[in-house]
Design a protein around this ligand. Sequence first.
Ligand code: V47
Length: 358
Amino acid sequence: MDKLEAKIRAGIRLTRNDGLTLLASNDIGWLGYLADIARQRISGNYVYFNVNRHINLTNVCTAKCKFCAFGCDSDSAHAYAMTKEQVLTVAAKAAEDKRLAELHIVSGLHPDWPFEYYVDIISALHTALPHIHLKAFTCVEICYFAKISGQSITGVLQRLKAAGLGSMPGGGAEILSDRVRREVCPNKASAAEWLDAARVAHKLDIRTNASILYGHIETPEERIDHLLALRTLQDETKGFQTFIGLPFHPANTRLSESISRVPAWEDLKMVAIARLMLDNFNNIKAYWVMLNPQIAQLALGFGANDIDGTVSEEKISHAAGAKTSQLLSTETILTLIRQAGRIPVERDSLYNIINIYE
Ligand code: V47
């Protein structure tokens, strides 16, 4: 047994150097074998999914991130901004499926909408559909709301929680490195601000997710340091529910000339290394929309224990060239999980079990 395997079997925390060693390895079988040991110990044989619907309130965005094909100016031909009535209509239609458990709401940083508009949307959705969990607004959006409203992060989150916010998605983390952010997303929350918004949310008992956007200009060290920053915060707050690796999709972005989508090999490495480094995260998500369903299924053998949800409509990676379908039926998700030899478990947004498909 090699040294790393011995550490993982003994549940000993991996170091930065261990992470770099793993990332430098091209022995994909070994990485999967190691990650599977950790996955089995931390999360067993269940693979989680949920029945959810994404809603992106607007694509109008002031951030202008170089990796983004979704955000645009308000005078762009494909700009849109949903009214409260439109949001309620989409949500009510989605809720016709009685199994719908979650609305996942992420948007551009709109230059004209006041913070009150977002509060109003959450409040209206919560009133209309009190049984649906609202997983809304990334840490980047929360920082933006604080800026435009002049309120503190705590104040913003308290208002949203009182209006019906249930938890927060993990986007906007990109790479938690000032160098990378200066280069690709200088107009939004810094690494420290992103982490601080997550910290405050956790202190207010709002669970959040965490992501990484990999496969663009980041170095191996920056990827590992990103994981370490999340691990350190999780030690402090225990408020992260799941980690999601997002492979960069270059089409229609300002990086498309110089960068291609990383190969599947790299996706599986990212999943495995996240599982191994994030020893205090219960859940590692293989987001089928960005990976594709086949790679997401393979990722279940590389440390992932969650395959995300039915989704219904995804705009961010599809604007950047993702070719996956907009929707996976529950039946397809069950098949993907069962073919990997795992037990599908339908969950709510806080990982309470709704149904075990033995
Ligand atoms: O914040 C933007 C990323 C994120 C691109 O928490 C891109 O359960 C790839 O965070 N290629 C939004 N990625 C998606 C997200 C998410 C998705 C599913 C589940 C959860 C969860 C969170 O997508 C953005 C940004 O980091 N992104 N542009 C792109 N070209």
